[in-house]
Design a protein around this ligand. Sequence first.
Ligand code: PA5
Length: 409
Amino acid sequence: MIGLNTDAAVSFAGVINVEAAFTAERIAMAMPMSGWTRLPDDMERELPRLREAGQKIAESSDALVVIGAGGSSLGARALIEALPPRGVREVYFAGDNLSGSYMSRLVSRLANRDFSVIATSKSGTTTEPAAALRVLLKLLRERYGAQLSDRLYIVAGDGGSALRSFAETSGAGLFGIPESVGGRYSVLTAAGLLPAAARGLDIAEILRGAREESQHGTVTALRYAAVRQSLYSAGYRTEIFASFEPDARSLGEWWKQLFGESEGKHSGGIFPASVSFTGDLHSMGQYIQEGRRDIFETIVSFGESAVGAVIPDNSEFDDGFQFLDGRRFDAVNETARDAVKAAHLAGGVPVMELTVPGATEASLGALMFFFEYACAVSAIIGGVANPFDQPGVEAYKRIMLDTLKNFAH
Ligand code: PA5
């Protein structure tokens, strides 16, 4: 279960009464897209297929390319980077940018490796993954010919798309995303679980953690949502997700997308930012300590690692850091975290603390469900008409597609 300490933050803004926010009208608006709440149970029946496909990828491939944009790759990446690998050795991401040099480097990296591809797009209408899939399909065809379909997996919306039809006719492995699950809420569908299974992660544990959180953690998530909305009402406009584990950097990216696309509407919403400490203390630390005073911080801490390194004695020279000798890195990291909290609070930054019981599959599943729940209720408290759409994303797409369609090569 996810722990939450809001004491220090509450002293800045109190806690608003959220009851009035949950009107029948707002709940009715959210209901059609509430499929994510049922995923921890519903996905149980998909586990055997997902595990089988994941194992096949791990056994046949040195590398996996995960194609997808936004919610179709950020959750998978967060899980893969936060947890120790056991399955396929190398995982590359594509379809989340349109950089030619990035793609060329990826193609060269795959030159001497057996690889598989998972391409995810709920809508099948996103340009970035469509461009990347073209490159990877060509590469698969050149390398594996008719056996291409053994190495290609498509995760597509159940509502149907050209991508889904292609999967059905090409013989590629096909997995679905229910229509009632929005893209950024899809980490517990095949969008997140298939790449995780290929990496050798225990996807049943991810679901178990999420299920337990859905049964016992929603009051805590509601409190997190209420406190962040209280802070917003009191003028705190930016929330920073801060972690002291570099492996959680992509989790911060996933969190930003979840909250940014859900709440950034009607000319309002808390701006989500993320930092990775202690590294970012030497860049963003200055701004957080002394910049605009409309920031609050949510520090996410993981329990102690079982494989944590110890700082060895240094008898070579006296650099003034002898007090570090023999200490565990994690203990020093904890001291840094406590110091950051004290300094930021003193500097006028409200701090909330989330504690996760270790970087394990179950904990990550729990944390992701916690944030999904908190995000949905926070958006409703904040008066967002529909937390699950992203009409603003369409604006650039329209202009870009109009230009591309009229583009003479
Ligand atoms: O939350 C969302 O729905 C979006 O961020 C999508 O995940 C993203 O735009 C990718 O969409 P698709 O999976 O349809 O390619």
